[in-house]
Design a protein around this ligand. Structure first.
Ligand code: UT7
Length: 325
C-alpha cells in the first residue's frame, strides 16, 4: 500500500509574542534572539490546549480532503506537552472531531514525534490494517518553560499541524519512498523536562521542584548539525536519490542556524529549505506539519514533487523520510 497525503491543516494560538515583548520578561534582546535563532515572533497560548489546537488542525485537514471524521480509522497525535497524562490527547481529539470509528493514541518523541508518527502510520497502512489515518503534532510548550530562564523561553512557541493520509492506488505516484530514524537515549538529559516525582509514603528522597525544560543548547546544536544531514543522506541513499533530486527539504523548525548548517553540509541550495521559524519559534512536533500546511495552501507542493522531511530533538531522537507528494 502506498501513502498519499490528501489533506493538511494547522492551528495557532491567537496571540503572537515578539522578541521585544519577551524583553519585558527576561534580560535579552531582539538582536541576540534573531542572530542566534532566526526567531522574531511566536504564538503563545492564552487558553488554547494541545487537544483544541490539534482538533482544529485535524478538522481543517479533513475538510480539505473532503473526508468525514467517521471515515478515519486511526488518529496518531505526537505531543510532549499534553494537558492530561490520561486520557491521551489523541482520544480527546477523537471526541472533539467526532471520529467515532478511529483508534487513537499519543506518540511522544518530542520534536521527531510527527515524523515518527508518519512512519508509524505508513507501517499500519502498508500492513493493510487501516486506510485513513490522521497524524498530528500539537504542543503548548509555553507551559513547560521557566519564564525566568532566557536560554530556553525565547526559543519555543505553541501550535498544531495535521495531515490526513490514505492508502493510494499502486498506479499513483504519491508514496513514502524511504526513511531513516534513530534514538540516542544515552544523551537524553541534554534536553529534558521532569514530570512529577514519586510521592507515595515509601519514597524517602527529597522532592525537587524542577518541572521546567532544561537544555544544554550547545550539545543539542552539535547533535542536530551532525545527525540531521547524516540521516537525510541515509534516507536519500535508501531511495537511490541524491540531494539534487529533491524539490524541498522540510526540516524541523528549531533554529534557522541549524537548518542553514544542514543545507551547507548537504551541499544543497538553501532556497530548497523553506522556513517559518521566524514567525513561529520552535513548536516541537508541530513544526513540520504546520510548515507542510503553509506550503500546501500556498500551492507550493505539486503532485510528484519529491520532499525530504526531517525531525530531531529530545530523546535524543532523529529521523528523515523521502516522500513523493
Ligand atoms: O528542538 C531542539 C531544541 N533545541 C535547540 O534547537 C537548541 C539548539 N541550540 C542553539 O540553538 C543554541 O545553543 C542557543 C540559541 C540555544 C544558544 O546559542 P549559543 O550561541 O549556544 O549561546 P550560549 O548558550 O553559549 O550562550 C552565549 C551567551 C551566554 O553569555 P556569556 O556566558 O557568554 O556571558 C549566555 O548567558 O549568551 C547568553 N544568553 C543570552 N543572551 C541574551 C543565553 N541566552 C540569552 C538570551 N539573550 N536569550
Amino acid at each position: 500500500m502506498r501513502m498519499k497525503i490528501i489533506g493538511t491543516g494547522s492551528a495557532l494560538p491567537k496571540v503572537t509574542v515578539s522578541n521585544k515583548q519577551i524583553m519585558d520578561w527576561v534580560d535579552t534582546s531582539d538582536e541576540w534572539i534573531r542572530e542566534r535563532t532566526g526567531i522574531a515572533n511566536r504564538h503563545l497560548s492564552t487558553g488554547e490546549t494541545v487537544a483544541s489546537l490539534a482538533a482544529e488542525a485535524c478538522e481543517k485537514a479533513l475538510k480539505q480532503a473532503g473526508v468525514k471524521a467517521e471515515e478515519v480509522d486511526m488518529i496518531l497525535l505526537a505531543t510532549c506537552s499534553p494537558e492530561y497524562l490520561l486520557p491521551c490527547a489523541a482520544c480527546q481529539v477523537q471526541e472533539r472531531i467526532g471520529a467515532a470509528n478511529a483508534v487513537a493514541f499519543d506518540i511522544n518523541a518530542a520534536c521527531s514525534g510527527f515524523l515518527f508518527g508518519l512512519t508509524t502510520a505508513q507501517a499500519y497502512l502498508q500492513s493493510g490494517m487501516y486506510k485513513k489515518i490522521l497524524i498530528a503534532g500539537s504542543e503548548v510548550l509555553s507551559k513547560l518553560m521557566n519564564w525566568g530562564d532566557r536560554s530556553t523561553c525565547i526559543l519555543f512557541g505553541d501550535g498544531a499541524g495535521a495531515v490526513l493520509i490514505e492508502a493510494a492506488e499502486d498506479t499513483q505516484e504519491s508514496r513514502m519512498i524511504s526513511f531513516s530514524q534513530g534514538s540516542d537515549g544515552a544523551k537524553g538529559m541534554v534536553l529534558s523536562c521532569r514530570d512529577r516525582w514519586i510521592n507515595n509514603p515509601l519514597y524517602k528522597e527529597n522532592i525537587q521542584e524542577d518541572f521546567y525544560v532544561q537544555m544544554d543548547g550547545q550539545a543539542v546544536y552539535r547533535f542536530a548539525t551532525r545527525q540531521v544531514p547524516a540521516c537525510i543522506q541515509d534516507a536519500l541513499q535508501k531511495a537511490f536519490l541524491t540531494v539534487e533530486d529533491i524539490d524541498l527539504f522540510i526540516l524541523h523548525q528549531a533554529n534557522a542556524r541549524i537548518i542553514e548548517a544542514a543545507a551547507k553540509r548537504l551541499h544543497a541550495d538553501i532556497q530548497k529549505f523553506p522556513m517559518n521559524v521566524d514567525r513561529m519559534g520552535n513548536m516541537s512536533s508541530a513544526t513540520i506539519p504546520v510548515l507542510l500546511d503553509e506550503l500546501n495552501r500556498e500551492g507550493r507542493l505539486k503532485r510528484g514533487d519529491k520532499l525530504v522531511l526531517s525531525g530531531f530533538g529530545a530523546g535524543l531522537t532523529f529521523g528523515a523520510c523521502v516522500i513523493v507528494w
